[in-house]
Design a protein around this ligand. Structure first.
Ligand code: GUN
Length: 279
């Protein structure tokens, strides 16, 4: 039976540290969260982020905009928030409604307030190994690996998924820590064989049963980034947890590991933004 990588416990520890450090700043960190339209999953995420801010003693301000909001209106709000001294971090919940160009919106966020790490300036900083804001999900995965003493150095790392939010930055972070990284995606041939070579396997696809037992090398570390629902409406990941837990050496459960860590890293990034902003 694999070690269960308890991201929930680690997230609580990190948030407690963030709260303690935030209390020493001249002004409490402020996070603006923008949500456009009525995506139910986004609503759940945004509510959680507000709770996290309360827990960490941050100011949190939510902007819930109607589905019909135009790109220009959204960008105007972001520009206003860019200029506000009490706001250190700005997060625009994705996905955005059709008709709004996501890239243009993310580009409008001041890179110094981009606590999601999605602005090309921060993505570029990661790419070339300079300091910037790291995207919260892969950042949280790296913290889980570190907490459990799992060092990617020299290991075969396979990331399934090539999104800008998770797959791509995850791959770069593992590479930076000297992993030998392969990125798989929907056109990958022989996915099973490639995955079976992994010492560290990260699944970030968003589809149940993507990773089955036959795709996992005995003793591998398996990280499940997904948050899917099964046929009964129950939360589940990309990995067949019950089968894979018997052959992996360590595994993240869904829910309760990468999700809470993503939220904790948002708080950590907001604290970092506040420290820079107030310096
Ligand atoms: N949608 C899904 N994940 C995320 C995230 O980490 N940040 C934002 N802004 N939107 C998301």
């Amino acid at each position: 039976m694999a070690t269960i990588l308890d991201g929930k416990a680690l997230a609580a520890k990190i948030k407690a540290q963030v709260k303690e450090e935030a209390a020493t700043l001249p002004r409490i960190p402020g996070l603006a969260v923008i949500i456009v339209g009525n995506n139910p999953a986004s609503r759940v995420y945004v509510n959680s982020k507000r709770k996290d801010c309360e827990e960490c003693g941050f100011l949190s301000e939510e902007f819930a905009l109607p589905e019909e909001t135009t790109e220009a209106e959204l960008i105007a709000l972001i520009q206003e928030l860019n200029g506000r001294d009490d706001i250190d971090g700005i997060l625009c919940q994705l996905p955005l409604p059709n008709g709004i160009n996501e890239e243009a919106v993310l580009m409008a966020i001041d890179p110094n307030k981009d606590v999601d790490g999605f602005h090309p300036m921060n993505a570029g900083a990661l790419f070339v190994g300079k300091d910037g804001f790291l995207p919260c999900t892969p950042y949280g995965v790296m913290e889980i690996l570190d907490e459990y003493g799992i060092d990617p150095k020299g290991k075969t790392c396979v990331v399934i998924g090539r999104s800008n939010i998770v797959g791509k930055p995850m791959s770069i972070m593992l590479l930076q820590r000297h992993g030998t990284v392969t990125i798989c995606h929907s056109r990958t041939q022989n996915l099973t064989e490639v995955c079976r070579g992994a010492d560290i396997l990260v699944a970030a696809v968003g589809k149940n049963h993507t990773v089955t037992k036959d795709m996992v090398k005995p003793g591998a570390v398996v990280i499940d980034v997904a948050m899917n629902r099964n046929d009964e409406g129950k939360l589940c990941g990309d990995v067949d947890f019950d089968d894979v837990k018997d052959i992996a050496s360590a595994i993240t459960p869904v829910p309760g590991s990468v999700g809470p860590m993503t939220r904790a890293m948002l708080m950590k990034n907001t604290l970092l933004a506040a420290k820079k902003h107030q310096a």
